[in-house]
Structures are given as structure tokens and as C-alpha cells.
Write a protein that binds this ligand. Sequence first.
Ligand code: SF4
Length: 92
Amino acid sequence: MTYPIIDGKVRTRALEYHIADHCNLRCDHCCSFSPVLKKWLADPAGFERDLRAVRRVVAPEFLKIVGGEPLLHPELERLLVIAKSLDVAPRI
Ligand code: SF4
């Protein structure tokens, strides 16, 4: 697979950001190791800082908010508003 560079940015299909390590389920096949990880939540300020940095060099088709279980993040809506306002990708 090749990743073209357009206008100085690497074009990718998706960019993933983990906002939680833990999960309320315990699937045997969990590739995120969530059943054995401690509770961890992304800090909104760090989330914004990271997205501001990455958008300078990467142009994904969509941003994937993942975990763990991202729906466990109490500030999920705030994170989505930040992601949308920064226009990191056309779709979140
Ligand atoms: S993150 Fe997904 S695969 Fe892992 S335990 Fe939770 S629901 Fe299962």
C-alpha cells in the first residue's frame, strides 16, 4: 500500500485516536487488551494538542474515535466538538 502526499500531507483512509483504554466488556479476542488494562481516559487538552499537530502532516478520509470503549469517556461530546472544529477529517 502506498500513501500519497498531497499538499504536503500524507493521505490516509483513517486516523485512529484512543480516548479510553478500558472497557465494560471482557472479550477473549480483544486486540486492545482492554480486559487487562487499567481505567484510562484521554485528556481533552491533550486530544486537541495532538490533533492540531497531526493535521499539519496527515489528511485522513475519516477520524476514528476508538478505545477500549470510547462511549465510557464522560467528555465524549466535548472531544467530538474539538475534532469537528479542527477539521481533521471530513468524517468522524
Ligand atoms: S474493546 Fe471491544 S473487543 Fe475489547 S473488550 Fe471491549 S468490546 Fe470487547
